[in-house]
Design a protein around this ligand. Sequence first.
Ligand code: DGL
Length: 258
Amino acid sequence: MASNAPIGVFDSGLGGISVVREIRREMPNEHIIYFGDSANAPYGTKTPEEVRRLSFAIVERFIAMGVKAIVIACNTATSAAVDDLRATYDLPIISMEPALKVACDRGHGLPQRVIVAATPLTLREKKFTALMHRFSADNTIYRQPCPDLVEIVEHDQLEDHDLVMATLHRYFDVYDLDTIDSVVLGCTHFVFYRDYFRELLPASTAIIDGNEGTVRHLHDLLEASHELAASDAQGGVTLENSDTSERMAVLAAKRLDS
Ligand code: DGL
């Protein structure tokens, strides 16, 4: 039996729209309700308790709307809240973590040198520390917090080439980039910077994000529970934001179409 109930997707702000774009590509019949918490962004410099409280409030809102599944399109909210959310609610909750496994697996046994770019909270939480321990014996892994990359997206400065490149150089010039096998974009806001990272990094350095894997997981879960939308359903996206200004509505629509 198909389910045409919506899927709730949320993030601290606009970053999760990069995940929505991927869901639209892969699952066009689904109706997505996206909630960006831009009034409270960034999450990455908050305490885990604050992020947990904000995440629970958003999930409550989705439950009241009758969603069939929730995607936490935010590595930071995942670090702080996913275990408690799953223990509390009885519906599929799909979450994100930096795609470090994908980066390390690329070596097929050869040690990899990987930079994980994410928010300060993601990189210091125990979820990421545990993930890193699985791979650090055989690989060299650097944690690089990049909080300003979140602010640039939220302030609609993503098209400011000079600002973005100066910010990337500030974070990445400390590395000998020619020796880095891959950079993991461990924050959904950073996925919007793919072309800029391509400009910064040598051609031999891979750029990896977790969006595709997350959407595949969402698809497989809904398929297994026979809850994919009907193949003739009219999918779509409803964009909501805790910042209810017109400016934010325009900016969110722009990120969806970019
Ligand atoms: N987009 C978020 C993530 O994936 C967090 C950004 C923030 O609010 O700091 O981690």
